[in-house]
Write a protein that binds this ligand. Sequence first.
Ligand code: ADP
Length: 250
Amino acid sequence: MERTSGKPVFEIEGLTKVYGEGETRVQALRGVSFTVQQGEMVAITGPSGSGKSTLLAMLGAVDNPTDGRILLEGVDLASLSDERRTLIRRRRIGFVFQAFNLLPVLSAIENVSLPLELDGVSATEANRRAADALQLVEMLQRREHLPGMLSGGEQQRVAIARALAIEPAIVLADEPTGNLDSVNSQRVMQLLRRLVDEQQQTVILVTHDPVVAAMADRNLRMQDGQLQGGEAIEQAVQREAAAAISTQRA
Ligand code: ADP
């Protein structure tokens, strides 16, 4: 059964990232290519220093690649002005972090509605959408709680609601279970799984945890700035296809 809609959300081609120069030069990404379809959950795994965070920063339009292309919903991020890129980051990408990053002086629902209000959505509408998102993560009953009154797992569910409230094309999660015990980690992963299966949400997450990675539809394993295994083969095929096309065009 085809579960995904088959619509590409991310098309990544030949992504390269170099930090620094001379003696401090580090090539963090060495030609990474892959596609993520709507309604897919993809886990990025690999040892420390292999380029996972760098890749996520590129996908989130937080930093620019040195070379290569990132198409988000068919739009080349490099072709956009800084202003447009900021808008895409704010409206199409939901971020979830290991440390939850909730504002401690705001209630759960205020944390979720804030990004909407900052983006110009009226307070009433932002409140309604925040309540819907909290309902989705089963945290509506805690809407008035401050983050400090919630468990780690509950805080992460609020953070996921905040990411979802903008109705993003993609949720990018950096070690979303990194600060959670195994019970809460399972709960958060089951929530993400449900969003993917029932809402056709698309999720890319970075994780060290093999149990978490096993819950994704697909694993991309990074090693020394490159994808390993099946994806490396897929990349080679794509490179050959691209070479064949450019030969045809020439
Ligand atoms: P991972 O997330 O898999 O641990 P990173 O993407 O953080 O890997 O890092 C990949 C490589 O790039 C590492 O060698 C790291 O030291 C280097 N690196 C990451 N960020 C920077 C930066 N801002 N400046 C210089 N080097 C960096």
